[in-house]
Write a protein that binds this ligand. Structure first.
Ligand SMILES: C[S@@+](CC[C@H](N)C(=O)[O-])C[C@H]1O[C@@H](n2cnc3c(N)ncnc32)[C@H](O)[C@@H]1O
Length: 258
């Protein structure tokens, strides 16, 4: 068991270093999703201010700019050097954001030294997030908050699909890679059952303070017929109202230390 844990924590997470892949371009045509995530973060952090924020697996710093509004000092903690290089340019007007090469299971910060941690769109690369959640809990101060985003396997469409097939939704993470990509050297891509994640958070000493259901209207069909402003107005209503039913494809957890 211990060996398995050690192997997991040694696993490198530099898959975003592939020179053929630029994560910046992933966001082309995804303005709605980007705005929906920013809306969720603003909602969860409204009225709060922090001394030190760390965006774990923050990529090229997409959300660090927003985090600067809520914290005196923001650090982008990211295991891919290529992402950090892109961040250098992306964050050129935000020189105060520190860029540090590090992986979520080995965060180079002291115990209780950070009062805001965000980890967005990273859990889908972590089939076994125990070590990473434990690290977040370790660096979080007693009065701090973390926002953990989870790619949600329990979303409404999946639930309907499973219901129609008379099957139960798994509690374990589900590998959503194509057959061709299901190789050990390929980055993991899983969707999680949020009920399991809540238990994993508790195991790491983190309790859920608030939940939001995010990107509720993520669908190419809806995007074709509804203007972004209308989608976001509806999203604003749905994020809190559909939270307890884990409706959307993405769930944002605001957590605190137990
Ligand atoms: C889909 S991107 C999301 C980037 C950023 N959080 C955002 O939302 O724009 C996933 C990021 O997670 C990082 N990542 C993958 N495995 C990781 C790990 N074990 N620890 C920390 N970051 C990881 C990748 O390098 C990549 O930058």
């Amino acid at each position: 068991m211990k060996e398995k844990q050690a192997m997991r924590s040694k696993k490198r997470a530099d898959q975003y270093d592939d020179p053929k892949y630029n994560y910046l371009t992933y966001w082309n045509g995804r303005d709605y999703e980007n705005a929906a995530e920013e809306m969720a973060i603003k909602r969860l952090l409204e009225g709060k201010h922090f001394r030190r924020a760390v965006d774990v697996g923050g990529g090229y710093g997409r959300l660090c700019v927003l985090l600067e509004r809520y914290a005196d000092k923001v650090t982008l903690a990211e295991p891919s050097q290529q992402q950090l290089d892109i961040a250098k340019d992306f964050l050129k007007d935000h020189p105060a954001v520190a860029r540090k090469l590090m992986q979520a299971n080995d965060l180079k910060f002291g115990d209780g030294s950070i009062d805001l941690v965000t980890m967005i769109r990273v859990m889908h690369h972590l089939p076994n997030p125990e070590a990473e959640l434990a690290e977040i809990s370790r660096i979080l101060s007693d009065d701090g908050y973390a926002i953990i985003e989870v790619a949600n396997y329990l979303h409404a469409r999946n639930r309907l699909k499973y219901f129609l097939h008379g099957k139960k939704i798994p509690t374990e993470p589900v590998d959503i890679r194509s057959a061709a990509n299901r190789r050990a050297d390929e980055i993991a891509f899983v969707n999680h059952n949020p009920h399991t994640v809540i238990k994993q958070l508790a195991h790491a000493g983190l309790k859920v303070d608030r939940i939001l259901s995010v990107s509720n209207l993520r669908s190419p069909g809806v995007k074709k017929v509804l203007p972004k402003s209308v989608m976001l107005a509806i999203e604003g209503i749905l994020q809190p109202t559909l939270a307890s039913s884990f409706f959307g494809p993405s769930v944002f957890f605001l957590v605190k230390k137990v």
